[in-house]
Design a protein around this ligand. Structure first.
Ligand SMILES: [Zn+2]
Length: 312
């Protein structure tokens, strides 16, 4: 389904390091006025992120002027602290996320609440929605893109019709959304954000995960179908959130002891709270259900007492 993105869709000062599901993509915007990095990946991958940034497609030994974040989930801001240490640059985050980072709200930001590891960083500058910024000699309009993350921004460059979407739109779907019982605004906001993006003239999307893509209308269609399925079944929304978070933690840890899965489900906030709210299962049963789903979709497998990613 992925069409290769012709090189001429991006101006030469823009480079995307396509990462994986544990680390967000990193976008480097080079300029004589100062280089900018959008999103910094996950903490576990900091050595690779620093190496890419230092490399010839990155900025070499030049200084970094800014780290900018689409939103403050651990897989997008996990490299912030280490990059600030190396480059001494300021960090800009969406205005609505700044207070959460300032008080290091591990529940709202889904850090310890989802068993995600992250080194603390500080906010130097906030990005309000509907403001314009010049990064890499290009004008970027910051637009509110609530849904997966209620404070998220997307960045739109009208000249080249490029949209940096973070987790608000991927080629196949978008980042998990909180069920209506947890946040009644999340699903309606997700739909409104997809509609907002549909109203922009976009030729190429740089998503937070996966390759940049040009089939924007088809991606918006798929996203709307997913929203409709979620709207029809909030248990499905809850199950999906737990499944993708467990898969994220499995990619982080590389293997998890099956014998301890029930304790894990009982201990980590997201699973504990969702179980109480939606499933009402003994933790061992919910653990079995989630592990079974990851196996069924070919994402994970059981191996000699361990749960591992299928491709490990
Ligand atoms: Zn996210």
């Amino acid at each position: 389904m992925s069409q290769p993105v012709p090189a001429d869709l991006f101006p030469p000062q823009l480079h995307v390091f396509v990462r994986d599901w544990l680390s967000s993509n990193n976008i480097v915007l080079r300029s004589r006025d100062g280089h900018v990095l959008i999103d910094s990946g996950y903490g576990r991958h900091v050595p690779l992120t620093l190496a890419l940034l230092r490399g010839e497609r990155g900025i070499g030994h030049a200084p970094l002027a800014w780290i900018v974040n689409t939103h403050c989930h651990a897989d997008h801001v996990g490299g912030n602290a280490a990059i600030v240490k190396r480059y001494g640059c300021p960090v800009a985050v969406p205005e609505a996320e700044a207070p959460l980072v300032e008080r290091w709200d591990g529940k709202a930001l889904l850090y310890d609440y989802c068993d995600q590891q992250i080194e603390r960083f500080t906010v130097d500058h906030v990005l309000p929605p509907n403001t314009t910024h010049v990064w890499g000699d290009l004008e970027w309009r910051a637009l509110a893109a609530p849904g997966h993350d209620m404070g998220a921004l997307v960045f739109y460059n009208a000249e080249h019709r490029i949209l940096v979407t973070g987790d608000a739109l991927w080629e196949n779907g978008f980042g998990f959304v909180m069920p209506p019982e947890i946040d009644p605004a999340a699903l309606p906001a997700t739909r409104a954000t997809i509609d907002m993006i549909a109203g922009l003239d976009v030729r190429v999307v740089i998503p937070g995960h996966g390759e940049p893509f040009t089939g924007v209308a088809a991606a918006l269609d798929r996203a709307l179908r997913r929203v409709a399925a979620f709207e029809a079944d909030s248990l499905r929304v809850a199950r999906h959130a737990l499944k993708v978070n467990l898969m994220f933690s499995l990619l982080d840890k590389q293997r998890m002891p099956l014998a301890e899965m029930q304790d894990y489900i009982a201990r980590v906030g997201l699973y504990r709270d969702f179980n109480a709210r939606f499933f009402g299962l003994p933790p061992a049963k919910l653990a079995e259900l989630l592990v079974g789903e990851l196996e069924r979709v070919g994402a994970a497998r059981r191996d000699d007492g361990w749960l591992t990613p299928a491709d490990a």
